[in-house]
Design a protein around this ligand. Structure first.
Ligand code: ZN
Length: 228
């Protein structure tokens, strides 16, 4: 059993923000759109993972079995500290309580099946444990949210090596845009999209996930979920 998820700060300072929903943007890096053979959209493409998808990146990753490949997508995560609804861009920065790194785990084969059938793809993105996430660093530790390296190494090999400067919708306007559709509440998390290099996880993989110089998390225990 993995521990119930609670938001944490890297420096150990207490976090009283309850875990909430995870509002995500797809296709926010041009090179990832290309590798997925997708088309860029005029407006940000949003989807939501439920709070039950959250799990700590330092716990074992528990992935579904028998549903095809599970891809990693390394993304900068933003912790929301104040309610935002229909907000201006000026309101966003004061509402950011932290930044971290998350994996937007995706059942890629299932996602394709659902997409081809014209169905919503929550099952491919929102399953229990589909959002492993790091502790958060406070925003004053980050000089520029739009110039942070985002890296994933798999078994010592660099697979993802991007920078948040490459985002098509930067964090501040993205969050203001999200708040036009979904009220963002204290404890909600924003995932800001993945750079290129996504690929399948395998049991036994050793991962290192990095957010600039701020965070480096090693993952060495990937398990299949036991059927109940
Ligand atoms: Zn993603």
């Amino acid at each position: 059993m993995t521990k119930p998820y609670a938001h944490q700060f890297l420096d150990g300072s207490p976090c009283d923000l309850p875990a909430g929903k995870v509002v995500c943007v797809g296709l926010n890096y041009a090179a990832h759109i290309k590798e997925m053979a997708s088309q860029s959209s005029a407006e940000p493409m949003l989807f939501i993972k439920p709070k039950s998808a959250l799990t700590s990146l330092t716990e074992p990753l528990v992935i579904p079995q028998g549903l095809g490949s599970v891809h990693f997508e390394t993304e900068m995560a933003i912790l929301i500290g104040k309610q935002l609804s229909q907000c201006s861009e000026q309101a966003v920065l004061p509402a950011i309580a932290g930044a971290g790194v998350a994996l937007d785990l995706t059942l890629r084969d299932l996602q394709k099946q659902l997409r081809d059938a014209g169905h919503p793809w929550e099952k491919a993105k929102g399953w229990d444990g589909a959002c492993p996430i790091s502790a958060f660093v406070s925003p004053d530790k980050i000089s520029n949210l739009q110039n942070v390296d985002l890296k994933l190494e798999q078994n010592g090999v660099s697979k993802q090596d991007g920078n948040t400067a490459q985002m098509l919708s930067p964090v501040i306007p993205l969050i203001a845009y999200m708040s036009r559709f979904f009220t963002l509440e204290p404890g909600d998390v924003i995932l800001t999209g993945t750079p290129e290099g996504v690929g399948p996880l395998e049991l036994g993989d050793q991962l290192v996930v990095k957010l600039g110089e701020l965070l480096s998390v090693s993952v060495a225990d990937i398990r299949f979920r036991e059927s109940s």
